[in-house]
Design a protein around this ligand. Structure first.
Ligand SMILES: Nc1ncnc2c1ncn2[C@@H]1O[C@H](COP(=O)(O)OP(=O)(O)OP(=O)(O)O)[C@@H](O)[C@H]1O
Ligand SMILES: [Mg+2]
Length: 238
């Protein structure tokens, strides 16, 4: 599937009676890279989970290209091309790396596994290891690779760098940059490592208490010291 634009309009959502997101509106053009920033608990995961159809929606619409997916289940959205790599790295611990990847193939030929291995050569070395025998970084690679094998047109990544050593972060970000270069996917990246996110993205939104508090280019955010300090709680970016 080619990349599709993502359009989010006046989205309000939460968990049961708890409203977390209020009136979120933004658009990501086809093939673009959006960084979603904000301090802990501001609603970043809830936003991605809502886009993936996993929370309770109170109001608003979500469109993938020409398709309104608002009324679809998470499986229906995945079928429409939405790929979600959750913050929890959902791999199957009792299956091997290769078996985990088979699950992501969704009917594609087994030869497609080589795509995942060329993106993450470490996974090929570990192909017979169980999910439980992987390091945090390898689990992240596996979780990401499994989703990408399904050829999503919009990819949602929730804090892929969390808890990983700097060298692994660089490896992952390089893989994401390669993926973005193909233009085949529209990518939304939630990250606490602000500089990595800004280096990757061409547009940024910042959430504060479930609302969209800032939107613009990475360059504009880096210059807006007041917003960076108030919304992200860091002294400065370069
Ligand atoms: N399953 C849930 N049920 C009820 N409230 C929840 C649930 N998950 C998250 N929340 C609440 O929703 C708000 C937003 O949480 P969310 O996980 O979206 O934040 P976040 O920006 O991803 O934070 P972090 O950077 O720590 O991952 C928080 O107040 C949180 O307590
Ligand atoms: Mg989160």
């Amino acid at each position: 599937m080619p990349a599709t634009p993502l359009e989010v309009e006046n989205l309000s959502a939460g968990y049961g009676p708890t409203r977390v997101l209020e009136g979120i509106t933004f658009t990501v053009p086809a093939g673009a890279r959006l960084a979603v920033l904000g301090r802990n608990g501001m609603g970043k995961t809830t936003l991605l989970a809502t886009l993936a159809g996993q929370t309770r929606r109170y109001d608003g619409r979500v469109r993938l290209g020409d398709t309104d997916v608002t009324g679809l289940s998470s499986a229906g959205r995945a079928h429409q091309g939405l790929g979600y790599v959750p913050q929890t790295r959902d791999i199957f611990p009792t299956l091997t790396v290769e078996e985990n990847l088979f699950v992501g193939l969704k009917g594609r030929p087994k030869t497609a596994l080589e795509e995942a291995y060329s993106m993450f050569p470490r996974l090929k070395e570990r192909r017979r290891n169980l999910g439980t025998q992987l390091s945090g970084g390898e689990q992240q690679m596996l979780s990401t690779a499994r989703t990408i094998l399904g050829q999503p047109s919009v990819l949602l990544l929730d804090e892929p760098l969390e808890g990983l050593a700097p060298v692994i972060c660089e490896e992952l970000m390089a893989a994401f940059a390669e993926l973005a270069k193909t233009g085949d996917m529209t990518i939304l990246l939630v990250e606490q490592r602000i500089q990595s996110a800004l280096d990757f993205a061409d547009h940024v939104i910042v959430l504060e208490r479930g609302r969209l508090a800032w939107s613009g280019t990475p360059q504009a955010l880096a210059k807006d010291h007041d917003s960076v300090e108030r919304l992200l709680g860091v002294g400065g970016l370069h």
